[in-house]
Write a protein that binds this ligand. Structure first.
Ligand code: ADP
Ligand code: MG
Length: 701
């Protein structure tokens, strides 16, 4: 059957091959169906017509209705222009064209009614409109078409040069809707879900989005598009989860053996918090269930996630499996390795470190020992992901600071075994629920919402850079209490040498202000052993003041450090500031964070500083971050590997729609798990179609 929606654009009247090519290359629209999904980004209200005697020069664009009474050509060379007198019953104004005069002269006539759109400017007591948009009122219906709401479409420079203006697209779409039977646009969401969530039919929503009769039409139509987008996203995620659970059995860890029990009895250095106990129980339920675990642990900085990782790995060892812990930086991997090795010393467990810094010969031995199962626990960086790393029986893979990794990396760990290992991912950048449901929608979520006892909230101050003296005073105080200090400088890219100058200068300044203190510096361009040496000297307490770039951002744990100074804090996002601040406040004493900025700040930056000085709650900060920056910029969304580009919805504002969409998707999966019901066939078809075409989201099948 002929389907107009599949028709190539070049065959539409007025389009032709050249325009069709530009539409395809600029905005990826090739067919009529795709064009109908190219929605306006705003609307202009052309319902009001002013009289000439009502004009004032404060008015933005206005519409007038009248006739041209005379033309005249004025000036020569660059000041050459066409002028016309335009009148209605109440007065007259001047129209001016500098460009396209030949065309205008041919097109415009005297003694014909026009509706004009333009911006009036007052000059010598009379009004002029330059380059007005003119619509001839050739028949009585024309006026009705012109008045009312008009869509405005985004056009690129290249489109404009090819005469694809917003007006052109509007006319094209108006023409199409005259031809197309709306019934040819297939519905994608089944009727039971549509009625439950009061969704407008797709065809109607598409029509009303282009050509609303009033602003009241829009919310329901836009709601439908957002719901559609989020619904299919969730349907995709949840069907994946379902397929996974049917296809793969998980290793059953049903034994709490001597590793775990003797550790818990003899080595655990503190009492677990209530939240840690709860999360541990959730993990144990997963491991005992026989299903493969895919769990995300969200816990604010310092909430004690490491110990959860350690105990999970002990359960793996108790059940005869190997496990790995992957961290985003070498410093952190090394720190974890030292910490875990000392926690689990003399237990007969073989623990190894694998990072890019490990030399070749040692590496070869490591690979061998992982393959034979000699190593029980391996801790490392991305180096773990390399194909050369294989295990005897990897039972559990843990990723620390997940937000630093992409989905691709998570799935690489998955494939390390014939049967996938249990996966635990941990993040200290709390993510708002909406983002978690989308980015990590396939994971079960555990939340550690309690800090270990005795922690005092960090006091945060915002200081302008001309007031460094007060900062030095604070440094001096902390040093005299035998505490340590971090000073962090932003580095946009680790390779940018210019940024490093700030750090070098700061280093000189602090050396002259604190001549009797031991000051160290650390940045990404230093050699691994140099970095490690500096970190060790700071951890041991020898270095009192550490100047650094963001290499220390993630996970570093030096409880005696009590002051974090962030220079040029305006260059950091909220989540990153919160992460950095989390490097202090890890012991029982009062800790401080100072945000140093220049004086002139944008409103948005001031708001960020205010959020930081008023709260320590990572979840609140994450919500604010999402609101201030929009979801597109949040770390992790770009490499998320979602099969739909989120276009219509905004995860900061559409949380409710997302909840509904996920619920609806869950309902459909339960109702028709085998994809056998004819009622839902077109929805499943739509899903597989979307999966195939990641870039090209069109809701018409
Ligand atoms: P994060 O969640 O940021 O990774 P860590 O696991 O590094 O936090 O823990 C932060 C600090 O708190 C560490 O020094 C750790 O030993 C300590 N800690 C963790 N859990 C507890 C607890 N239940 N009681 C006391 N201290 C704890
Ligand atoms: Mg950590």
């Amino acid at each position: 059957m002929y389907n107009i929606l599949k028709q190539q654009l070049q065959y539409l009247p007025g389009v032709g091959p050249r325009k069709a090519m530009v539409l395809a290359s600029e905005v990826n629209i090739k067919t009529v169906g795709e064009l109908l999904l190219y929605f306006p980004y705003k609307y202009v209200d052309r319902s009001i017509i002013y009289k000439i005697n009502q004009l004032n020069d404060k008015m933005p664009f206005v519409q007038l209705k009248g006739r041209i009474t005379s033309f005249s050509e004025e000036g020569v060379g660059r000041s050459y222009r066409l002028e016309a007198e335009f009148s209605d019953q109440t007065g007259s104004i001047r129209l001016v064209w500098f460009q396209g005069v030949k065309y205008i002269k041919k097109k415009l006539k005297t003694n014909t009614d026009y509706i004009l759109l333009g911006k009036p400017t007052l000059f010598n007591f009379s009004y002029t409109i330059t380059h007005p948009e003119m619509e001839e009122l050739s028949n009585p219906n024309r006026e009705i078409e012109i008045l009312g709401l008009h869509p405005v479409y985004h056009t690129t420079e290249k489109m404009k040069r090819t005469n694809i203006s917003s007006k052109f697209l509007e006319n094209l779409i108006v023409g199409l809707f005259k031809q197309i039977d709306l019934n040819t646009i297939d519905e994608t969401i089944p009727s039971d879900i549509r009625s439950r969530y009061h969704l407008m039919p797709l065809a109607e929503a598409i029509f009303k989005t282009h050509l609303p009769t009033s602003m009241e039409d829009l919310p329901a139509a836009q709601y439908r598009h957002k719901f559609e987008e989020l619904f299919f996203l969730q349907l995709g995620i949840l069907s994946c989860v379902r397929r996974r659970s049917v296809k793969y059995a998980g290793f059953r860890f049903d034994r709490v053996g001597c590793f775990m029990s003797s550790f818990y009895r003899e080595k655990l250095p503190f009492q677990l918090t209530g939240a840690q106990k709860r999360v541990m129980q959730e993990i144990r339920n997963d491991l005992f269930s026989g299903r493969q675990m895919n769990r995300l642990i969200q816990g604010d900085v310092g909430s004690g996630k490491t110990i959860i990782a350690v105990m999970t790995m002990l359960l793996a060892a108790d059940n005869g499996f190997q496990s790995c812990l992957m961290a985003p930086t070498e410093i952190l991997a090394e720190q974890h390795f030292n910490h875990v090795s000392s926690l689990l010393s003399n237990m007969g467990l073989n623990i190894a470190l694998l990072t890019g810094a490990i030399k070749n010969s040692r590496r070869k031995t490591l690979y061998e020992q992982l393959k034979t199962g000699e190593i029980h626990i391996v801790i490392g960086t991305h180096a773990l992901l390399e194909d050369t790393v294989s295990f005897k029986n990897l039972g559990c893979a843990i990723i620390d600071e997940q937000h630093r990794f992409g989905v691709e990396q998570r799935s690489k760990l998955w494939r390390k075994n014939q049967s996938p290992p249990h996966i635990l991912v941990m993040t200290a950048t709390p993510i708002p629920r909406t983002l978690a449901m989308t980015l990590y929608g396939d994971l079960d979520v555990s939340i550690i919402d309690e800090l270990p006892p005795g922690r005092k909230p960090i006091q945060t101050h915002h200081v302008y850079e001309n007031n460094m003296n007060s900062v030095y005073k604070l440094v001096f105080n902390q040093l005299s209490l035998k505490r340590q200090v971090y000073i962090v400088y932003p580095l946009i890219k680790e390779s940018e040498k210019i940024d490093l100058q700030d750090l070098e200068q700061g280093f000189e300044t602090f050396r002259s202000v604190f001549p009797n203190s031991i000051i160290g510096k650390i940045h990404g361009q230093m050699k691994e052993d140099e970095k490690n040496e500096i970190m060790q000297r700071f951890t041991s307490g020898e270095i009192q003041i550490l100047l650094s770039t963001t290499v220390i951002e993630v996970g570093v744990n030096v409880p005696n450090a009590s002051l974090m100074i962030i220079v040029n804090a305006d260059r950091f996002g909220l989540s990153q500031l919160h992460q950095l601040r989390g490097r202090v406040g890890r012991g029982a004493d009062q800790s401080y964070c100072v945000l140093v900025t220049k004086r002139k700040l944008s409103e948005n930056t001031l708001k960020r500083m205010e959020v930081m000085t008023t709260t320590n709650d990572g979840f609140l900060i994450a919500e604010e971050d999402l609101r201030l920056r929009g979801p597109g910029d949040i770390e992790g969304t770009r490499q998320s590997g979602l099969f739909i580009n989120i276009k219509y919805s905004n995860l900061a504002h559409d949380a409710e729609i997302l909840e509904d969409a996920r619920q609806a998707a869950g309902y459909l999966i339960n109702k028709d798990p085998g994809h056998t019901s004819s009622q839902y066939l077109s929805t499943w078809n739509r899903l597989s179609q979307l999966r195939g075409e990641t870039q090209d989201y069109s809701v018409i099948s």
